[in-house]
Design a protein around this ligand. Structure first.
Ligand code: ADP
Length: 409
């Protein structure tokens, strides 16, 4: 089956084309600066890369351009657009309504729109992408894959906040968690590497990118995760604060007379690594730390310490631990950050193989970086959210075909 995956942000469209029968990613690309000046597309097919500038006023034009490129005689990989069997859309917030990926019909679209109050920066452009793609490819199934769905297995005492119940009952304030497709993918891979079944595994997955989160995965199911109602909670991220005393928000607003919008900007866009070390990019921070920059050293310690605290907490939540998985930009590529996170944890049964850790700096290969003596295995597993999207979409499309259901419009 040929499946197009789309991840539509406010000014970008990330895409990939899969042949699920051959388990192969044919193309990966991004349209940047959608709706802005200087739009361009960057596409990779194997080792061949192309960048083309074009005028892109909206998501529909972006998707049309992607399709044009996919069938172009020089850069394309298909003869005809009709070869695409289905489109898979990444949707950030699925609330409590979606516990798994689903075929998109008008009621699903409405629910995604209604959930925009919980993800105002993400769900509206996700929906715009869905509507644009449906306009361009109206006769094939469109499937929504939610970032929150994998964490819907968390028990109520984990996902509820200790605030008056009416805020949960009326406004749905609870923890949802994000990066679900990534945590699902790497935990499944870790189970394979552990030769363990979905019924007996305790894994901590560390998705450490610009956005970062931890998940505790027991027997294949998420039982806790560090992000909450929004992606602001949890780890120290590129520009997000992560966990803080909620009193700080009130204090900032009251003492500096800030609006909620201004406070939101401080906590989501000016905090985290950027707030402490004046750069949100881990490569810059590591570079500065090597030169002895105090702020960079502090930011590294602060961020690593927060990850360590979650490892301790989730060890208890899981009732023991079989493996820790590092993934995403920092998790896959920064041997230094991995060693800061796992330093002096031998008493816990965690021992890094320093050489293997240093060797695991880039590439697409899964690697084990714990020593032979380590009771808990440590893996670096490159995430592959697009593959999960494509596989989920194939599964749902097969279900539709088997039941002979008509594709909803
Ligand atoms: P996102 O998808 O959330 O935008 P990524 O998963 O691409 O983020 O991760 C981006 C982060 O990974 C940045 O902080 C970047 O500096 C870091 N990163 C990428 N390559 C390296 C590297 N070789 N060493 C250290 N950090 C790296």
């Amino acid at each position: 089956m040929i499946i197009l995956t789309l991840n539509c942000g406010s000014s970008s469209v990330k895409y990939a084309l899969f042949n699920t029968t051959a388990n192969e990613m044919l193309v990966k690309g991004i349209v940047e600066r959608v709706g802005l000046s200087g739009s361009f597309i960057h596409q990779k097919v194997g080792s061949q890369e192309i960048i083309q500038k074009f005028r892109c006023d909206n998501h529909q034009i972006a998707i049309l351009y992607v399709l044009k490129l996919l069938v172009s005689p020089s850069e394309g990989v298909m003869k005809n657009i009709s070869e695409v069997d289905a489109v898979s859309h990444r949707v950030v917030h699925g609330g409590e309504e979606f516990v798994e990926s689903t075929i998109i019909n008008s009621s699903v679209e409405k629910t995604i729109a209604d959930l925009s109050s919980l993800a105002p920066l993400h769900n509206p452009p996700n929906l715009q992408g869905i509507q644009a793609a449906k306009a361009v490819l109206p006769n094939i199934p469109h499937i929504a894959v939610f970032d929150t769905a994998f964490h819907q297995s968390m028990p109520e005492y984990v996902y509820r906040y200790a605030i008056p119940s009416k805020w949960y009952l009326e406004k749905k304030i609870r923890r949802y968690g994000f990066h679900g497709t990534s945590h699902y993918y790497v935990s499944q891979r870790a189970m394979k590497l552990l030769h363990s079944s979905a019924e007996s595994s305790r894994i901590i997955t560390l998705h450490l990118g610009n956005g970062a989160s931890v998940a505790a995965v027991k027997d294949g199911k998420s039982i806790d995760t560090s992000m909450g109602l929004t992606p602001l909670e949890g780890l120290v991220m590129g520009t997000r604060s992560g966990d803080l005393d909620p009193g700080i928000v009130l204090f900032m607003m009251q003492t500096a007379n800030l609006s909620s919008k201004e406070t939101d900007k401080i906590l989501n866009r000016q905090s985290g690594l950027l707030g402490v070390a004046h750069s949100s990019d881990m490569r810059d921070i590591e570079e500065k730390a090597i030169q002895g920059d105090e702020k960079a050293l502090l930011a590294l310690k602060l961020a690593a310490y927060r990850v360590r605290k979650y490892i301790g907490a989730y060890f208890v939540a899981l009732g023991g631990l079989d493996a820790i998985v590092f993934t995403a930009g920092i998790g896959e590529r920064s041997s230094h950050f991995r060693s800061l996170v796992l330093k002096d944890l031998e008493f816990f049964g965690i021992e890094l193989d320093q050489e293997a850790n240093l060797e695991a700096v880039c590439g697409t290969q899964e690697r084990i970086i714990s020593s032979n003596a380590s009771k808990i295995k440590i893996f670096v597993i490159p995430t592959n959210e697009e593959l999960v999207m494509a596989q989920d979409t194939e599964r749902i499309v097969n279900r539709i075909d088997n039941k002979n259901i008509k594709v909803p419009r």
